[in-house]
Design a protein. Structure first.
Length: 141
């Protein structure tokens, strides 16, 4: 039995349309290599850089809980728990004097909360943010 010519022609027509249905790459969000430099912030987990930035007037934010902060904190650190950061951005604005390019060093106990804080701060327009990692990283070489 011979396949109808219409079926083959219809199938070929459909196959010709497949590229037209593909995702428009020009509308895709930029990949990591295409991200603007401001969105990347500063390098992370660099204790020497963090100490230098704070020594030169950068802002140090401890994003741990108030209980963790009370137990131990770094000199010059301001405690703004990561869960409250988005609602307390006005405090960050005061700490930076309204300068969104002023360096900000964030840290927590081990690094993950500080990574979230960095993302929030970058999203709020701060461009010079680094994640120190954990509080114990401050004294690392």
């Amino acid at each position: 039995m011979r396949a109808p010519a219409f079926s083959v022609a219809a199938l070929l027509s459909l196959l010709a349309l497949v590229p037209a249905c593909s995702k428009d790459e020009s509308a895709a969000p930029p990949g990591p290599s295409q991200q603007p430099a401001a969105q990347a912030g500063l390098p992370d987990r660099d204790p020497a850089l963090a100490r230098k930035l704070v020594a030169e007037g950068g802002v140090l934010i401890d994003v741990r809980t108030p209980e963790e902060y009370t137990e131990r904190h770094l000199d010059k650190a301001t405690n703004i728990p990561v869960g409250e950061l988005e609602t307390r951005l006005s405090e960050v604005e005061k700490l930076t004097g309204g300068d969104k390019t002023k360096p900000i060093v964030v840290h927590c106990a081990a690094g993950p909360r500080a990574a979230r804080a960095k993302k929030i701060l970058l999203g709020a327009g701060y461009t010079q943010v680094t994640n120190l990692g954990g509080i114990n990283d401050w004294d690392a070489k």
